[in-house]
Design a protein around this ligand. Structure first.
Ligand code: G3P
Length: 214
């Protein structure tokens, strides 16, 4: 499973990219609206930092306007992947854009059938939102498992991006269930690398080393 950063914050993306484990970035209108500056400039900067797919979402909801906005976003950089919401016009836009060589990440996926339809329309990625399903009392991770199973049975190449990740266990289970990618907010990356026994163990090693005679 690959790691993407789910953020539009340049400083956070730069810091995490220095770890050398980041394969891509996902943004959305909410994340971009939190940042100062022109969203297109921010997306361009992200593409210069991370050498991998960078998802940029359309805000139009009608087919013609979605397609037009998707082209503008795709023109920012060759690594831009256009995020299209899973709505009726979105399905048509996925088909249209995929046939014209624009990679699509289908967003706001909340059940496996939506994912299957997006894949059949030609989406390069589907993004099931785990955390938001948990928030309404459903089991978000179960749809990761089901989507991966369906794609495996039917030999579908569309990649599954576990999105709306809230904690390290979402990452662990997404990896076990076979998600190709987890897109992770910066705070969860820092939670993932922490273990109290690592800190205690290191402290002990260093103390013992200081005590060494000769
Ligand atoms: O980028 C899409 C998704 O990861 C959003 O997550 O935390 O707003 O539900 P969240």
């Amino acid at each position: 499973m690959k790691f993407f950063v789910d953020s539009a914050n340049i400083e956070e993306i730069k810091k995490l990219n220095e770890w050398g484990i980041i394969s891509g970035v996902t943004t959305n209108p909410s994340l971009l609206s939190k940042e100062k500056g022109n969203p297109y400039d921010i997306l361009r900067q992200i593409c210069e930092i991370v050498k991998g797919p960078v998802s940029a979402e359309v805000t139009a909801v009608k087919f013609e306007e979605m397609v037009e906005e998707a082209h503008r976003l795709a023109d920012i950089h060759p690594n831009i992947v256009v995020k299209i919401p899973f709505i009726e016009d979105g399905i048509k836009a996925i088909k249209y854009l995929s046939e014209r060589g624009i990679s699509v990440n289908t967003t706001l996926i909340f059940n496996p059938i939506q994912a299957l339809i997006a894949a059949r329309a030609g989406a390069r990625y589907v993004s099931p939102f785990i955390g938001r399903l948990d928030d309404v009392g459903h089991d978000g991770l179960s749809i990761i498992k089901e989507i991966v199973e369906i794609f495996t049975i039917h030999e579908i190449e569309t990649e599954v991006i576990a999105a709306s990740i809230r904690h390290p266990r979402h990452v662990l289970m997404s990896a076990l269930y076979g998600a190709h990618i987890a897109t992770i907010p910066p705070n969860v990356f820092y939670q993932m690398i922490k273990h109290p026994l690592t800190d205690i163990g290191l402290q002990k090693f260093l103390e013992d080393w200081k005590k060494k005679e000769g």
